[in-house]
Write a protein that binds this ligand. Structure first.
Ligand SMILES: Cc1cc2nc3c(=O)[nH]c(=O)nc-3n(C[C@H](O)[C@H](O)[C@H](O)COP(=O)(O)OP(=O)(O)OC[C@H]3O[C@@H](n4cnc5c(N)ncnc54)[C@H](O)[C@@H]3O)c2cc1C
Length: 423
């Protein structure tokens, strides 16, 4: 790691975005403290997909071998029709993606990916933390008496100062509110069930076994709803994301527990195999989340306070790109800050926004467009959509080629550029 820079960044939030930012900044020689509200660090029990634009950045952090130990690689992306499961389109992933984009498309258990990032914050030689992570430290105030040296204050009275405060504290960002950015939160009217179903349970049933015959990333399209599933931990679980119209209670509460039976009920009109599958979800592994997003807004910086990830561009998960875009933010921000001394921070932040806000905004728009595109009722528009899916390497107007190449990095020394997959 370079160690030429001497200034300090306070990252608020130890989610996937915050930890990626912390490691990327540290890799560029900056000193970083992460301030996290949760007493125990971790991620929810659910899967996550990283397309090549994100995998490239994770590998650029030197994490390739660790990721290989926990990832599952889908061989295809499969699109199915709600009524009978017929395949609308199939796109090869696996080796094709690596050959084309120089980085893989992978699936993980979120907790595994988060753990790898967290472990990387500690020196493997045992010399202590590379990045200091403060837990049980909810930020409740921002002191900008010295505008060039902002201080975050935690609920228990700790004060942490830096040359820059980076709000990576998620869709309901406190840093965003404290710094006075516009309120851009929008409710989508939908909710997402998340569930994990043991792979052996899926395989044991002749009705659902076909879903495990090869590792796919699968999307079923239906009126007002869609269903995504993919295998994680090499077959231990089938990860489920099922999007349906939101109930009033979940809109109010944001999230809540759910049951496999309730989940299956939403899909009882679908191909019989769908409710049969969903009913296998164990209640303790099933939850439901209101789908909010942030309106596209290119204001990500105010003086020495900047935003990253869901705090500035929370998007509907209909391109599986929210965390991936946060990782792109992290790499670009680190590249810009890593090049300048302390008095160059303001310029570096302006270039960060310049290089990232339009790109992330386009992904926000494309994810929003997919809400309509995925949920069309049967009819001429749906048939046109299915035809498009058969012929176009992408979904809305954003092609996978554009999305998966990611924000161009100028001097990112990523292993993945020369990544050779162990066949
Ligand atoms: C159903 C679903 C499926 C998805 N699938 C994918 C996918 O496959 N691929 C993908 O790339 N993205 C996916 N996403 C999006 C992705 O989950 C998010 O975009 C990503 O997790 C956001 O990361 P973040 O670090 O910005 O925020 P968060 O993960 O929300 O992290 C914020 C952190 O800040 C902490 N925090 C909050 N407030 C404070 C405070 N006041 N003080 C201190 N700490 C605080 C929180 O405790 C948390 O640890 C999906 C989202 C959903 C809902």
């Amino acid at each position: 790691m370079a160690a030429s820079q001497s200034y300090e960044v306070v990252v608020v939030g130890a989610g996937l975005g915050g930890l990626c930012a912390a490691l990327s900044l540290r890799q560029r020689g900056l000193r970083v403290t992460v301030v996290e509200a949760a007493a125990e660090l971790g991620e929810i029990g659910a899967g996550i997909q990283t397309a090549p634009n994100a995998s490239r950045i994770l590998m650029g952090l030197g994490l390739r071998r660790k990721l290989e130990a926990v990832r599952t690689q889908p061989e295809d992306q499969v699109r199915r029709r709600w009524a009978d499961g017929s395949i609308i389109a199939q796109l090869p992933l696996g080796q094709r993606v690596i050959d084309t984009y120089g980085a893989p498309y992978w699936h993980y258990h979120r907790a595994d990916l988060h753990r790898i990032l967290l472990d990387a914050c500690v020196d493997p030689e045992g010399h202590g933390p590379i990045v200091e992570v403060l837990t049980d430290a909810r930020v409740v105030a921002l002191d900008r008496t010295d505008p060039r040296r902002p201080v975050v204050e935690t609920a228990d009275g700790r004060r942490v100062a830096g040359d820059l405060v980076l709000g990576a504290d998620g869709i309901r960002s406190t840093v965003r509110d404290l710094a006075g950015f516009d309120d851009t939160l929008v409710f989508s009217g939908e909710m997402a069930y998340r569930a994990l179903i043991p792979g052996d349970v899926v395989e044991a049933d002749p009705a659902t076994r076909f879903l495990m015959d090869r590792y796919h990333s699968t999307i079923w399209y239906g009126p007002d709803k869609h269903l995504v599933h993919y295998v994680i931990r090499g077959g231990e679980y089938l990860n489920i994301v099922a999007i349906v119209p939101c109930s009033e209670q979940i809109e109010r509460d944001w999230s809540g527990p759910a049951t496999g039976a309730e989940l299956a009920q939403h899909f009882e009109e679908w191909d019989d195999r769908v409710p049969t599958l969903l009913a296998k979800a164990k209640d303790e592994d099933t939850s439901v989340w209101a789908m909010y997003r942030r309106r596209r807004d290119p204001v990500w910086v105010d003086g020495r306070v900047a935003l990253l990830g869901d705090a500035c561009h929370a998007m509907l998960p209909y391109q599986a790109q929210g965390a991936s875009q946060a990782m792109e933010d992290a790499a670009v921000l680190a590249e810009e800050l890593g090049r300048v001394p302390r008095d160059g921070i303001d310029g570096a932040l302006a270039r960060y926004v310049d290089r990232r806000a339009k790109h992330a905004g386009m992904v926000q728009d494309a994810s929003l467009e997919n809400m309509r595109f995925y949920h069309l009722p049967d009819g001429p528009e749906q048939r046109e959509r299915d035809e498009k899916l058969r012929c176009f390497d992408g979904e809305s107007d954003v092609s996978y080629d554009w999305l998966w190449n990611g924000s161009p990095l100028n001097d990112h020394d990523t292993e993945s550029i020369h990544y050779q997959f162990a066949r």
